[in-house]
Design a binder for this molecule. Structure first.
Ligand SMILES: O=C(CO)[C@H](O)[C@H](O)COP(=O)(O)O
Length: 227
């Protein structure tokens, strides 16, 4: 039997059509989308793709998906990605895999942004998952103090005893802000702090959410533009 990530991930591949430029997200859910797109490419689907991480670039190559550089394209038709938390307004916390900066650049440039998420990711209010915040290494302890001054508890992400380094050569603070009452304000306030490159709050970007119901079937929901 397919798990929820596979059901949601594979469903999203149906939204990819001939001739499209596709943004490929990062993580264990969108992995199923990428593999499915790869199968369709082998069957004759003609697309090009941009990857949100080195890990995804590698996977796309293994799946035979032709890649282009973001600098060489004008339009991304559709971007598909996973999430760490999704609220009722389809605002997100992302960056659990450390790819938030490239993910946000691609999501915000896409004509359509699709999120694939298993049911564990759905929350009433964002904030149980600490917000990943990508910071310049230069002066990062001071940047951490500034995050504290706006109410966050930053924890430097580690990997095998050393600070985790992103594909862009930066560090990540995973920041506990408890229950977030205004994700819109917090996203802006975080990005006003010098040293912060980007934060993992994705506000108002999602067009379509694909999740899974109790019968293990994919459920497709459009974002309500009126909130
Ligand atoms: O934001 C991300 C990576 O930076 C991922 O999309 C997010 O962490 C969800 O991952 P998964 O599908 O493995 O649960």
């Amino acid at each position: 039997m397919k798990n929820e990530k596979q059901v949601a991930g594979e469903k999203a591949a149906e939204f990819v059509k001939d001739g499209m430029v596709v943004g490929l997200g990062t993580g264990s859910t969108v992995l199923y989308t990428i593999k499915k797109i790869g199968e369709r490419v082998k069957d004759g689907l003609s697309i090009t793709a941009v990857a949100t991480s080195i890990q995804t670039e590698q996977l796309a190559k293994e799946c035979g998906i032709p890649l282009v550089n973001l600098a060489d394209i004008d339009v991304i038709d559709v971007a598909i990605d996973g999430a760490d938390e999704v609220d009722a307004a389809f605002n997100l916390i992302k960056g659990g895999g450390g790819a938030l900066l490239r993910e946000k650049i691609i999501a915000s440039s896409a004509q359509e942004f699709i999120i694939v998420a298993d049911s564990s990711k759905m929350v009433k209010q964002l904030g149980r998952f600490p917000i990943p915040v990508e910071v310049e290494i230069f002066g990062y302890p001071l940047t951490g103090k500034k995050i504290q001054s706006i109410g966050g508890v930053p924890k430097l992400r580690m990997n095998e005893g050393k600070p985790f380094v992103t594909d862009n050569g930066n560090y990540i603070f995973d920041c506990d802000f408890a229950a977030i009452s205004s994700p819109e304000k917090l996203e802006l306030n975080l990005n006003l702090i010098p040293g912060i490159v980007e934060n993992g709050l994705f506000i108002g970007l999602v067009d379509l959410l694909i999740t899974v119901d109790q019968k293990q079937e994919a459920v497709i929901q459009k974002r309500n533009e009126d909130g």
